[in-house]
Design a protein around this ligand. Structure first.
Ligand code: SF4
Length: 337
């Protein structure tokens, strides 16, 4: 298998070079169809038995996305979790996502199948650091990207996602500066679009910030007919070379709107290409770089999900004082329009 998450040759030909480029074998699906079907049937039975709903982020492995009840971005999935009738939520993603579900669904049991599935971007900010930053800029409004811990959200005034960062930043009183935690590239983009004074956190997503101008130029050379879409966590100079800047939900919506035959160079984790291709079989999607793979997003496997349901682990718990303040920041975001 050439592609680390099981995409087909041709659609993702750059993946054929992954092995030489030291991509971890642990990211590979490596499972035969029969094994996958058997595991999915087992998960289906466990899910009914445990009264669980399974949510998978758009960057998860293809077979995990296909097995899940719902796929989407982190906030979309947490909203689904909040509306769901099931008592258990299995969140196939990284820790801050499961925490967001736990913030919005305090009465439910939220499981993260792999305890080590963290987010290096979220890890760049602690609650204490945010308190110190606020003390240095007492007139500032703290906007926390959803890619932060529950403790950091609890220290913020309002949250945002990659989809609504511009609107949230724009909603801030123009006379007050914005402390934007945690992704400086998204903060830079939102501040530029909303014309607000920004104090940017020194954090970035290693996957998206690793995409270079040279990568985009090379992809355009190889696929001159393709439109370039990229995530706002990418570097500002990369975003300048794109046709559209959008989060994963925005990319899915944009791809659906374009006419059949359109080709796209996709500047986000290659996990999204599985869903883009599935929902748009008449269009073509190329990864903007072979390196657009978030390693922690690929830690969750079908086996891990089954294990999680059997053992009911790992349960995400939050202190109520933290949860309630974090929910207030999320509620403030939901009130913006
Ligand atoms: Fe974190 Fe980046 Fe991975 Fe998303 S893609 S989970 S921001 S490291």
């Amino acid at each position: 298998m050439d592609c680390p998450i099981g995409l087909q040759n041709g659609m993702c030909k750059g993946m054929q070079r992954q092995k030489e480029k030291s991509m971890s074998k642990s990211m590979m699906s490596g499972q035969k169809t029969g094994d996958v079907d058997k595991r999915i049937r087992q998960i289906g039975a466990l899910r009914r038995q445990m009264n669980a709903v399974i949510l998978a982020h758009n960057y998860q492995r293809p077979e995990v996305q296909d097995m899940a009840d719902y796929t989407g971005d982190s906030l979309e999935l947490s909203r689904i979790a909040a509306r769901s009738k099931e008592r258990v939520i299995v969140f196939c993603g990284v820790r801050f996502m499961a925490e967001t579900a736990a913030i919005l669904c305090p009465e439910k049991t939220v499981l993260l199948p792999v305890l080590d599935a963290g987010c290096p971007l979220a890890d760049t900010a602690t609650a204490e650091q945010v308190r110190q930053m606020r003390a240095q800029h007492p007139d500032a409004v703290v906007v926390a990207y959803v890619n932060t811990s529950a403790e950091v959200k609890a220290e913020s005034d309002i949250c945002c996602t990659s989809a609504n960062a511009v609107e949230v930043v724009h909603s801030v009183d123009a006379r007050r500066p914005v402390i934007f935690v945690s992704d400086r590239n998204l903060g830079h983009y939102a501040g530029r679009m909303a014309r607000r004074r920004m104090i940017l956190w020194d954090g970035s997503c290693p996957t998206h910030a690793g995409l270079s101008v040279a990568d985009i130029r090379q992809a355009k050379k190889e696929h001159s007919e393709a439109k370039v879409i990229a995530h706002p966590e990418c570097l500002p100079e990369v975003l300048e070379l794109t046709d559209r800047v959008a989060g994963t939900a925005g990319m899915l919506a944009h791809a659906a709107e374009e006419p059949p035959g359109t080709a796209f160079i996709v500047g986000t984790d290659i996990g999204l290409i599985h869903r883009l291709q599935k929902e748009n079989p008449d269009k073509t999607f190329y990864p903007a770089s072979d390196y657009l793979v978030c390693p922690t997003m690929k830690l969750t496997t079908l086996e891990g999900v089954a294990h999680s349901l059997v053992r009911m682990e790992h349960v995400i718990t939050l202190k109520e004082s933290v949860r309630a303040r974090a929910q207030a920041a999320l509620d403030a975001m939901l009130a913006v329009r």
